[in-house]
Unconditional design. Structure first.
Length: 413
């Protein structure tokens, strides 16, 4: 294990040179001019890591076309995942986000019921009660941090409830989630590689303990369902652990940024905030516009399963193709006035913020519901909400969001 960690660390330190940084536009305060340059190219931008697609049409094609997948055709792991996997040890398997059919199909299906429309309406009272509880506490002071006090804890509490993680364990899972999310941005130090290993071991041990508890006392939560499926031979233990981890991290690290980016965009466009304040029924549309305008997930990656000719560029079998989701929502070939943040717009097409094709975000309806409830509550309870200090951006290329968003409001107590 030690040798694997050292190798993983050394490899990534090498990979964080120029090539890697060029793909990090998503971490810039304003990456959108750089995306426009990528979109305007005649042929695809390409470096040692792979090719880059940035127009809506090309990104949509790569996400939907069966000539692209997420695994290599020779059974080896793509380079990024390879490094992560090496740091974590051989007993950790890929989650279905990183698997092609048929494994992807089998595992996604087992998690799907919990996130379907039938269940969703039932979550509304839970999400509303968590939202108002958090706002009661945050607004006890005039100034608060919209991320730390509201947008951050909300999705964590919701996904913990859905999975069936008892409140006493939530803080521990939160700590693991942080380490894992940091690792997804690149394992840039040996210290992080070691932390990742420890977090994985502890998190999996805790999941195994919880599984035993669910067998004793089955409940209507995802962990109970997955434990039953495991005991019926439908998925292995490593697959179950990878699935739980995926749901946890996806629930922790994305919705916080949808709520944060939406609020930030609204407060930076006071006219738009005014519209929402006057008609809180626009909350869902405001979240949807943010998904187009400033999406939490800025990029993903695919592997060519055969030789593909795309935009005058020959892509080799097993070459990586980076899909710059962040660039697609502002593509003038699809959206009229794409640089304008307008929560009353009727978009020409659905954005790609939740991806497209078979890996389309499983949690999209849940994320939309959480953001809608959160933005509506802000507009109804804190009509004079305003920025109050300097926000701090998360230094990540893949996930775009704020670590800190200081605000003030005098109402709502
Ligand atoms: C997949 C975005 C919230 C669960 C994805 C993908 C994107 C995405 C872009 C696909 C990545 C790819 O194609 O390579 C988002 C955004 C969210 C969000 C922007 C919030 C605003 C959630 C939530 C959950 C969730 C709350 C639930 C716990 C998943 C899962 C997948 C996924 C399980 C894998 C789907 C598959 O591979 O078939 N998400 N997500 N997401 N998301 Fe989300």
């Amino acid at each position: 294990t030690r040798i694997a960690i050292e190798r993983a660390g050394t490899w990534l330190l090498r990979a964080t040179g120029d090539e890697f940084i060029r793909l990090s536009v998503g971490a810039q305060p304003d990456p959108y001019p750089a995306y426009a340059r990528l979109r305007a190219r005649e042929s695809l931008y390409r470096n040692k890591l792979g090719a880059v697609t940035a127009t809506f049409e090309h990104c949509n094609l790569v996400l939907r076309d069966r000539r692209f997948g997420v695994q290599r055709t020779d059974g080896r792991l793509p380079r990024f995942f390879d490094t992560l996997a090496m740091a974590r040890g051989p007993e950790v398997v890929q989650s279905f986000l990183e698997l092609d059919p048929p494994d992807h199909t089998r595992l996604r299906k087992l998690s799907r019921p919990a996130f379907g429309p039938a269940r969703l309406d039932g979550y509304r009272p839970l999400i509303e009660s968590i939202t108002h509880d958090l706002l009661d506490r945050a607004t006890a002071k005039d100034n608060f941090d919209l991320i730390a006090d509201f947008a951050g804890p909300l999705p964590i509490r919701v996904i913990s409830e859905l999975l069936g993680i008892p409140p006493v364990d939530t803080d521990r899972f939160l700590g693991y989630g942080r380490v894992l999310a940091q690792a997804l941005d690149g394992i840039t130090s040996l210290r992080l590689a070691r932390e990742l290993r420890t977090a994985t071991d502890e998190m999996y041990a805790l999941f195994r303990t919880l599984m035993a508890a669910k067998r004793e006392h089955p409940e209507a939560d995802v962990l109970t369902q997955l434990t039953e499926a495991h005991d019926a031979g439908e998925l292995t233990l490593p697959e179950l652990l990878a699935t739980c981890e995926l749901l946890l991290v996806a629930g922790f690290e994305t919705t916080v940024n949808l709520i944060g980016n939406s609020t930030f965009a609204l407060l930076n466009h006071p006219g738009q905030w005014g519209l929402l304040r006057d008609d809180p029924g626009l909350a869902r549309a405001a979240a949807e516009e943010t998904l187009r305008y400033d999406p939490p997930v800025q990029q993903t990656v695919r592997v060519a399963h055969e030789k593909v000719e795309l935009a005058g560029t020959r892509i080799r079998e097993n070459e990586l193709v980076f899909v710059m989701i962040g660039a697609t929502g502002r593509d003038p070939a699809v959206f009229a006035n794409p640089e304008v943040f307008d929560i009353t717009r009727t978009p020409e097409r659905e954005h790609l913020a939740f991806s497209s094709g078979i890996h389309y975000c499983l949690g999209a309806p849940l994320a939309r519901l959480e953001a809608e409830i959160a933005l509506r509550a802000l507009a109804e309870r804190l009509p004079d909400l305003a920025l109050d200090g300097t926000p701090r951006r998360r230094p990540s290329a893949g996930i775009r969001g704020l670590l800190r968003l200081p605000v003030r409001a005098s109402h709502g107590k």
